[in-house]
Every structure is written in C-alpha cells, then in structure tokens.
Design a protein around this ligand. Structure first.
Ligand SMILES: Nc1ncnc2c1ncn2[C@@H]1O[C@H](COP(=O)(O)OP(=O)(O)OP(=O)(O)O)[C@@H](O)[C@H]1O
Ligand SMILES: [Mg+2]
Length: 236
C-alpha cells in the first residue's frame, strides 16, 4: 500500500500560540482513518496544516508521494484533495444546484448527475436556497461539493456536528461507502464511537500531540483506554 498522506512532525502556531507539537500521521491508499480528540485538541488545526490553510512552521506534508509542505491550499485541492471544513460553509443565498456548480471541474466519476444519484434528497431540494436546508442536507451538500473535485483523498471535519442521530448514521454510511469505492479518507469526529465503526485506523490527539496511533477496532474495544486517552464521547 502506498501512502496518500504522510504528515511528519507538524508544529503549527496561531500567532504566538503553539498548537501542534509535532503531529505525525499517515493515511494509506483506500484507508479510512479517524482523527479523534477532545474539543480544542488540535484536530481542525491538523487538517488546516495538511491543506496548507494554516501551514505548519516545522514539519513536512507529503500527499500522493509529493512534498506539498509549502503549497497553497488551492494547489493541494487541485491535486485531488477534497476538504469539507467544520461548519460546512455552503453558500446560503445560492440554491443547491448553484452550490454544486461552484467547484471547478476535475474529470472523474463525480458529476452533478452522479451526485444527485448518490444524494436523491439534494436532487429533490435542488431549487432550494442553501440557507433553507436542514443540517443534514447542508452536510450532504458540503460533502457533494468536495466530491465534485473527484478527490483521491477526502478530509472531513466533524461531519456529524449538530445533526440528529439518525442523520449522523446516514452520513457515516455514506462515508463508509465512499471508502469502499476507493477514496482514502481522514475523518475528524467528536463522536468516537461512530467514527471507529467505519475507520480502519485511528489517531487520538491531546493538546496538539498524538497520544494513540493504532487500529480502530482495538481502540473501540477498549473503553477504559478510550476514556483515559482523550475522554472522547461515546454516545450517538
Ligand atoms: N484562529 C485561532 N487563533 C488562535 N487560537 C486558535 C485559533 N483557532 C484555534 N485556536 C486554538 O487552537 C487549539 C486547537 O484548536 P482546533 O480548532 O484545532 O481544535 P479542534 O481539535 O478542532 O477542536 P474543536 O473543533 O472540537 O473545537 C484550541 O486551543 C483553540 O482555542
Ligand atoms: Mg475542530
């Protein structure tokens, strides 16, 4: 298996605040990796550093075997990395369909037509404004937009945030399906229990450091260790 992402020794700051203290993680081709941790542990910052949005001051980011450490975010996205940020960031004043026309074309399986097959609900809502959608529909739209780049690697920041449990299950099933179709995924989740059901491997961050790196099943089976590692939530 070759690595889709190799992040090594990331040290990231916001001004003088030192947030990541040498974070290293790997995602292999076709793998679904969960990144877990308490609020403020540094999960979003890790993703932003990988995407070149808040570049690490020290450390290296290799994606698809290429050193992209100094690349700006748009180039990393253009290379085939889809990023669904925390809080979704869809265009509320535009319709669902207009939102789907925003991403630049990158040839591949995902087109607006195949997206509507994957998410029939988005097709039904295609003339509704983004701001009128439910939380679950907004999440689907945010994921759909990232998929239109036909990413080989997808980064998802808390897709279940603020969603009803039944919708969360649906989003997780969709994530598992994308993985089964060959997309490598890095998934940040507060809901460790659900993330570990679909993930192959997991990392747990605490105060900007990796405190667990191993199999998802092993971590899921060891409730005591889950609690002691990061106090991540278990409920659906
Ligand atoms: N723009 C910023 N300026 C200064 N500090 C920040 C900024 N963004 C985040 N931080 C701080 O960096 C730390 C890590 O934040 P980060 O957003 O990576 O956490 P997280 O693990 O994604 O948590 P969550 O999303 O659950 O809040 C936190 O202490 C946070 O307060
Ligand atoms: Mg976050």
């Amino acid at each position: 298996m070759s690595a889709v992402l190799e992040a090594e020794g990331l040290q990231t700051y916001y001004g003088k605040s030192h947030i990541l203290h040498g974070v290293s993680l790997k995602v292999q081709e076709g793998e679904l990796v969960a990144l877990l941790g308490r609020n403020g542990a540094g999960n979003t910052t890790t993703m932003r550093s990988v995407m070149g949005l808040t570049p690490a001051r020290n450390g290296h980011v290799r994606i698809f075997g290429k050193d992209m450490t100094k690349w700006p975010a748009y180039r990393i996205a253009g290379a085939g990395v889809g990023y669904v940020p925390e809080g979704r960031k869809i265009f509320g004043h535009m319709t669902v369909h207009e939102n789907l026309l925003v991403p630049p074309d990158r040839a591949g399986h995902w087109t607006v037509a195949t997206i509507y097959e994957l998410f029939p609900r988005l097709y039904e809502r295609r003339t509704s404004k983004g701001g009128k959608l439910s939380g679950g529909e907004q999440e689907m739209l945010a994921i759909a937009r990232a998929l239109l780049l036909n990413p080989r690697f997808l980064i998802l920041d808390e897709p279940s945030q603020g969603l009803a449990p039944v919708i969360v299950q649906e989003v997780m099933r969709m994530v598992a399906r994308l993985k089964s179709e060959g997309t490598a995924i890095l998934l940040v989740e507060q809901n460790a229990f659900l993330a570990l059901q679909v993930a192959d491997r997991a990392y747990v961050l605490s105060d900007g450091e990796v405190v667990y790196d191993g199999s998802a099943a092993e971590l899921a089976a060891d409730t005591a260790r889950m609690n002691s590692l990061a106090g991540v939530s278990h409920g659906a």
